[in-house]
Design a protein around this ligand. Structure first.
Ligand SMILES: Nc1ncnc2c1ncn2[C@@H]1O[C@H](COP(=O)(O)OP(=O)(O)O)[C@@H](O)[C@H]1O
Ligand SMILES: [Mg+2]
Length: 238
């Protein structure tokens, strides 16, 4: 069995007085594609933010390659190979495509290493190479999505977590992005995906966790979750 990459144990946190997560536990193994499912406000984004170090953990632990991340700052987590593409995308619209990618590559000190990483990303997303000198804000929605993924990839992460990848994209673009993710996965990147499109995402992932009201209520192989009526019910909950 593949090595464990990420382990979250009994994670709890709040926004002010509002408790958002109640003892969330999950794990991701090397080379897996894992889905986090559940309706709006179920706690998926908060979990990802806690894992990335962008939201404080009140209790519980986050282990990456067996190492406790509690004292590790967000940018250090990126250096360690743990990258989140947030729902907000995190693109700088006034900066060029290439400048945005270089921000993503802040972890790479050697110029040659950065060039190699950029070439890898441009190989995955030729459209970004074609538009490398354009301001990021001038790209189409789908292209900006690719840029945000590309920006996350420049640091050559071990684990890439994508929050609401397909939000606002036309179905044909979603299929294209999933194809690209397949290629990224084939390049050795482990993936965690959050997406509202349950059917599509479960046909793409190996395993999944279903969130409801800040808790994980169901977990298992993607095919089992797809067949389980409780998966659908979780989306109607709240
Ligand atoms: N920035 C925020 N401030 C206050 N409450 C928040 C904030 N972000 C999320 N929440 C609350 O935390 C809970 C979990 O939200 P979230 O993690 O965004 O869910 P999901 O990503 O599954 O839609 C919800 O009750 C939501 O209203
Ligand atoms: Mg969310």
């Amino acid at each position: 069995m593949a090595n464990e990459l990420l382990r979250v144990e009994e994670l709890s946190t709040s926004y002010g007085d509002l408790r958002a997560l109640w003892g969330v536990s999950l794990e991701v193994r090397e080379n897996e594609i894992v889905a986090l499912l559940g309706g709006n406000g179920a706690g998926k984004s908060t979990s990802l933010r806690c894992i990335a170090g962008l939201h404080p953990v009140q209790s519980g632990t986050v282990l990456f390659e067996g190492r406790d991340l509690r004292a590790v700052k967000p940018h250090r987590r990126i250096r360690e190979g743990l990258v989140l593409i947030p729902e907000e995308r995190g693109i700088f619209p006034m900066m060029s495509v290439e400048e945005n990618l270089k921000v993503g590559g802040f972890t790479i000190r050697e110029k040659a290493g950065l060039e190699t990483a950029l070439a890898w990303v441009y190989g995955l997303f030729p459209v970004l190479r074609a538009r490398r000198w354009q301001p990021a804000g001038s790209l189409s929605g789908g292209e900006q999505q690719m840029l945000s993924i590309g920006k996350g990839l420049v640091s050559q992460p071990k684990l890439l977590m994508l929050d609401e990848l397909s939000l606002g994209l036309a179905p044909v673009l979603v299929l294209k992005l999933l194809d690209l993710l397949k290629e990224i996965h084939a390049n050795g990147v482990t993936l965690v995906l959050v997406d509202q499109n349950v059917k599509k995402i479960l046909s793409f992932c190996h395993r999944g966790y279903v969130f409801e009201n800040g808790r994980i209520v169901l977990e298992g192989k993607a095919a089992d979750l797809a067949a389980d009526p409780r998966t659908r019910k979780a989306y109607l909950g709240r």
